[in-house]
Design a protein around this ligand. Structure first.
Ligand SMILES: Cc1ncc(COP(=O)(O)O)c(C=O)c1O
Ligand SMILES: N[C@@H](CCCC[NH3+])C(=O)O
Length: 425
């Protein structure tokens, strides 16, 4: 499991828990950099133009974006808040790609004012709104159209995005993608650079990506024949799987890049099209295995012959993935790593929800209140999806690199929670 790839010792994690309190997200920055470099260095082996855009929805913070920028990545944002974070991190705006299936006028205006690298257009409503804004501002902008290729990747239903029946993008099958293309080709304030397709998340095979490339190029070839449209860019999204538990067997990140480049080259040759720039937008595979969450164990409820519930001082408010997707995690007790495994317990969150369980069956040494539990592979969609349910303040986030630790997101206090509340007169 990812514990082996995680390079911060239990002793260091224990010290960090004492220094910063719990629950605490601890990121191994070196791990983030290695993942980013796996993608970038593999692309460099080919004679093609590429962009690796970090999908900041997986974990966005100013410090994280500083690291992404240092690693030469572009950036995918999906909201005003993610774009604002990019601005605060001084991200080069020409490397920012703006996504979203319901972009607000504000986010589109920001994107135009800051002249972001491109807007990934999702629907007809957005085209009309964007054209109105560009007309008002007498501006132009680069764009990709997001197409849904009609691919069902092997992953959880809620994180599938490439199938025809999806809220995202213009689908190929009904002809809506082609309709968007012909409209955009006639309206010159939007410079159409190419197409985008993202089929889902936590995918362990390259087949889905290869099939997508084939479908995208088949459409591009038709569009070339009918309208002489040539894509400068083909963005094949993110979705590369990581290891949460021993049952997950992810491919090396370089494998995805090899497969994508080869399939693009093959399809371009087959349809006699120029090889476009290849863009990808990984999120989970950059940060997922780079972090652990440390909790303190509190209440223990043993129901003889039924189950032993071990509660931690966090749960669905810092990691909603088990409750939302039935996601599975592995964990250890930091202060008991050398002790024999003795009992199988269930790790419960502290929110007032029966479904707030982090791990149903975890074998640990004898558990006691006060022990520190480290849950692995929590770097993606953990803090990013945190909530204030039951008015629990959000956890703190620490980055560790070269043996040095630094707080990058402060722990919230209960005072923070009532900061926007007004009394009712
Ligand atoms: C459009 C788009 N791009 C990129 C990503 C990042 O996916 P992942 O974190 O699985 O790499 C997502 C999330 O699924 C997405 O919806
Ligand atoms: N948040 C999801 C994945 C969705 C990614 C964004 N489209 C997860 O935790 O697995």
């Amino acid at each position: 499991m990812s514990q082996s790839a995680f390079n911060i010792t239990d002793q260091k994690l224990t010290e960090l828990a004492e220094k910063y309190g719990t629950p605490l997200f601890v990121y191994d920055v070196d791990h983030i950099r290695r993942n980013a470099r796996s993608f970038v260095e593999t692309f460099k082996q080919y004679d093609i133009n590429y962009q690796v855009a970090y999908a900041s929805k997986a974990f966005s913070s100013i410090a994280m974006l500083q690291v992404a920028k240092q690693e030469q990545m572009s950036l995918d944002v999906v909201s005003e808040g993610e774009l604002h974070t990019a601005i605060q991190a001084n991200y080069p705006m020409e490397k920012v790609h703006v996504h979203g299936n319901n972009k607000s006028r504000t986010v589109l205006e920001m994107a135009v004012d800051y002249q972001v690298g491109c807007i990934v257009i999702d629907n007809f409503y957005e085209i009309a709104l964007l054209e109105e804004i560009l007309e008002e501002k007498q501006q132009t902008i680069n764009a990709l159209i997001r197409i849904t290729p009609g691919i069902e990747a092997h992953t959880h239903e809620y994180i599938l995005t490439g199938q025809e029946d999806s809220k995202f993008g213009f689908d190929l099958i009904s002809g809506q993608a082609e309709q968007a293309l012909t409209h955009l080709m006639e309206h010159h304030s939007i410079h159409l650079q190419g197409v985008h397709s993202h089929i889902g998340s936590q995918i362990f095979e390259t087949t889905g990506f290869e099939m997508t490339t084939e479908k995208v190029f088949r459409a591009l070839s038709e569009w070339y024949e009918r309208y002489q449209f040539e894509a400068e860019v083909v963005n094949l999204g993110g979705g590369f799987g990581i290891q949460y538990t021993k049952d997950d067997e992810p491919l090396p990140l370089s494998e995805y890049v090899h497969a994508l480049v080869k399939s693009v080259k093959k399809a371009a040759e087959e349809y006699q099209l120029t090889i476009p720039e290849i863009w990808i937008e990984p999120g989970r595979s950059i940060v997922g295995e780079a972090a652990v969450t440390i909790y303190e164990i509190g209440a223990i409820k043993d129901i003889p012959n039924v189950r032993k519930y071990v509660s931690v001082n966090g749960g669905m408010t810092d990691n909603i993935r088990p409750a939302l997707y039935g996601a599975e995690y592995e964990a250890t007790i930091l202060n008991k790593r050398d002790q024999a495994l003795e009992e199988t317990v269930a790790i419960a969150g502290q929110s007032c929800e029966t479904g707030d369980m982090l791990i149903w069956d975890l074998t640990l040494p004898k558990v006691e209140s006060g022990d520190l539990l480290a849950v692995y592979s929590t770097g993606a969609y953990g803090y990013a999806m945190a909530s204030h349910y039951n008015r629990f303040p959000k956890a703190a986030v620490v980055f560790v690199e070269n043996g040095k630790d630094q707080l990058v997101i402060q722990r919230e206090s209960v005072q923070d929670l009532t900061r926007f509340d007004l009394t009712y007169e």
